[in-house]
Write a protein that binds this ligand. Sequence first.
Ligand code: CMP
Length: 156
Amino acid sequence: MSQRTLVLLKPDCLERRLAGTILARFERKGFRIVGMKLMSVTPEIAAQHYAEHVSKPFYPNLLKYITSDPVVAVCLEGRDVVSVVRKMVGVTKGYLAEPGTIRGDFSISGQKNLVHASDSPESAERETAIFFKPEELVTWKTSDSDYLLSESEKTE
Ligand code: CMP
């Protein structure tokens, strides 16, 4: 089923010049970029995005980290994109993440884990609305869909 998800390339990803490398993984898998922007996360945006973490002891550190440098917000579209991107990203802590995942290959930190990816279709909808206005998302199709999916899969 075609869905959209929100990915954030976090400040450590940009500091380490890994934005292109990581974005390329999602593109190569077959996902389409439908929104993308470089931006600073304000404390207000952070509180909205991390609403479930605001009262946790690590939130002050998380806030400092996510507002320290720009992020790239990306909205990706494609088949089962929410769960597939989560698998590609790996578990939260880089030192526990499986090799082959983004965090498993590039992060050894529990906090500086390079990327955020929505954990459910509901979170994806909520989080995408925090980072993008509806008119900033572009509806389009890539011309390689005949090679990415079978005829029957295209209508699933
Ligand atoms: P993510 O899972 O994308 O969203 C919540 C973020 O909070 C998480 O990535 C980490 O960057 C950060 N985080 C989660 N747990 C901790 C923790 N115990 N200490 C510091 N940062 C954390």
